[in-house]
Design a protein around this ligand. Structure first.
Ligand SMILES: *[C@@H]1O[C@H](CO)[C@@H](O)[C@H](O)[C@H]1NC(C)=O
Ligand SMILES: *[C@@H]1O[C@H](CO)[C@@H](O)[C@H](O)[C@H]1NC(C)=O
Ligand SMILES: *[C@@H]1O[C@H](CO)[C@@H](O)[C@H](O)[C@H]1NC(C)=O
Length: 478
């Protein structure tokens, strides 16, 4: 009897589990997933043993519709299925941290997609994701009403087209903080309004054309401390920010009109490094004409930026609405007198104002490793004097050459004229060790040993006579 009772007790949990499995509608994630618990409208999942969590709107682990807060931490895998959150009317926040792999389906964070284009008084949900890897953010992953979406230290392989689209107009902020994003597809961020869009720290390898398109930022558009590989033409099309800051970024390749930003206020492009700039990379930044009409020209600060390779007029600015202020343009290349002049005249162009004066006072080039010098100073010290010296040297060389040629010609002329008077002179005949005279026709060329030619050598023919020595009375003393 006791054994039988124990057997029933042992089997009870199994029976219970099978009952749940056979009747999925009864069991929510709160009961089903051991890592998760629900209390007072909060779902809290904390995986301490490698568990995985699946958020779904239906199935045997469905999310109760009374949940207002979702927190998931330290899990190996988390799956957010399509429309998982859709029926959670009281939902206010979703926080995930330390998830080794977060898989998002299309419409994973789709919440209250009604009336996305009107602004009604729904604050929307807050989504925060920290220290997590997301392979793919698919189309419509984020749609509906959001108060904020913040991703921090998140690794993302791809943000697909329309990943952030169909988002209600009253979003306050969308932030990517220290995220490593490999690829952003075209139209990944499409057609929504928000107060602030911020990319801070981290990296984005490729931003194709129209990565951000039709985005209206009501307050601040910020890209700071971000490292980017390629930013293609019209990659960042944003309207309306009251301030646009591009600060402390390193952007390896920037194409023309990469930024198509129409602002309602000033622009700060400061402390960046732009190793490769095409024509007119910032030419697409302009002031909204309506704002310009009421508020007048806005400031555009281009300060302390480092350039390396750049096309002519890489720094073209639309000055219809801006008053650009350029200072400390660091050209990270060795100064050369030949190049600095073209840097000064062909780097910056203002669309409607006269070009900036004394740009050489704002530009530096590198004189030695790690030591920069103002181009003005470099030119004064090296180019003007050196240039003068070089012309002088060239002039002297030319004069010397001309003189030499003239002398040669004169010499040749006289040589020709007087050559008839030359005649041969006996040379040292090497074989017979005697003097020989070369004679051609009647002309005699005088050649003396060593092959040198002399004009005024005279030949004296001395006749020798044998004359008897007159006898003398000299006594010889032996
Ligand atoms: C994320 O990771 C960093 C460093 O590993 C840590 O300092 C931070 O507290 C983590 N954040 C969360 C929310 O777990
Ligand atoms: C200039 O920009 C560089 C980064 O490119 C930064 O390290 C440096 O502190 C900036 N200098 C000033 C004076 O702001
Ligand atoms: C330049 O700016 C003005 C006023 O802000 C704007 O109307 C015009 O379209 C801009 N030009 C270009 C080529 O973007």
């Amino acid at each position: 009897m006791r054994i039988a009772a124990a057997g029933v007790l042992l089997f009870l949990p199994i029976l219970a589990t099978s009952a749940i499995l056979s009747n999925p509608g009864d069991s929510t994630i709160c009961d089903f997933t051991s890592a998760c618990s629900c209390r007072d409208g909060r779902l809290h999942c904390r995986c301490d043993h490698d568990e995985s969590v699946r958020l779904a709107g239906s199935g045997h682990d469905w999310l109760p519709t009374t949940i207002g807060t979702i927190t998931i931490e330290n899990c190996r895998e988390v799956w957010v299925m399509g429309k998982a959150l859709e029926k959670l009317t009281p939902l206010r926040s979703v926080t995930m941290s330390n998830i080794a792999m977060l898989y998002l389906e299309s419409e994973a964070f789709s919440w209250d997609t009604s009336r996305v284009l009107d602004s009604y008084n729904n604050p929307g949900i807050d989504v925060r994701i920290f220290n997590t890897t997301i392979v793919n953010i698919p189309a419509y992953a984020f749609e509906g009403h959001f108060h904020s979406v913040v991703l921090e230290r998140v690794k993302i392989a791809t943000i697909q087209a329309l990943a952030f689209s169909n988002i209600a107009n009253n979003m306050e902020t969308l932030e990517f903080l220290n995220c490593a994003i490999e690829t952003v597809e075209q139209q990944a961020f499409k057609k929504f309004n928000l107060d602030q869009l911020k990319f801070s720290g981290g990296s984005i390898d490729v931003m194709p054309s129209y990565s951000l398109t039709g985005i209206t930022v009501r307050n601040r558009l910020i890209m700071e401390g971000l490292k980017m590989g390629y930013v293609r033409s019209s990659a960042i099309k944003v309207d309306g920010p009251r301030v646009f800051r591009l600060e402390n970024c390193i952007i390896d390749h920037l194409e023309g009109d990469a930024f198509k930003v129409t602002t309602n206020g000033p622009v700060y492009i400061e402390d960046n490094s732009f190793p490769d700039l095409s024509y007119g990379v910032f030419g697409g930044i302009s002031v909204d004409p309506r704002y310009l009409a009421t508020a007048g020209r806005q400031e555009l600060y281009f300060k302390n930026n480092t350039l390396y390779r750049f096309s002519d007029f890489a720094l073209l600015f639309n000055t219809s609405g801006f008053r650009p202020e350029l200072s400390r343009i660091l050209v990270d290349r060795p100064c050369s007198c030949r190049e600095v002049q073209s840097w000064i005249s062909k780097l910056v162009k203002f669309s409607s104002l006269p070009p900036p004066v004394k740009l050489e006072r704002q530009m530096t080039c590198s004189k030695e490793q790690g030591y920069n010098i103002l181009i003005e100073e470099f030119e004064r010290k090296n180019c003007t004097a050196a240039a003068g010296q070089i012309t002088l040297v060239i002039l002297m060389i030319i004069l010397t050459l001309v003189a030499l040629i003239v002398m040669c010609l004169v010499g040749f002329y006289f040589y020709k004229r007087h050559s008839k008077k030359y005649m041969n002179v006996p040379t040292n005949d090497a074989i017979n060790n005697r003097l020989s005279v070369l004679s051609t026709n009647s002309n005699h060329i005088i050649v003396i040993p060593e092959g040198r030619v002399y004009r005024e050598t005279e030949l004296h023919v001395v006749e020798e006579h044998l004359t008897p020595i007159p006898p003398t009375n000299v006594s010889q003393h032996v």
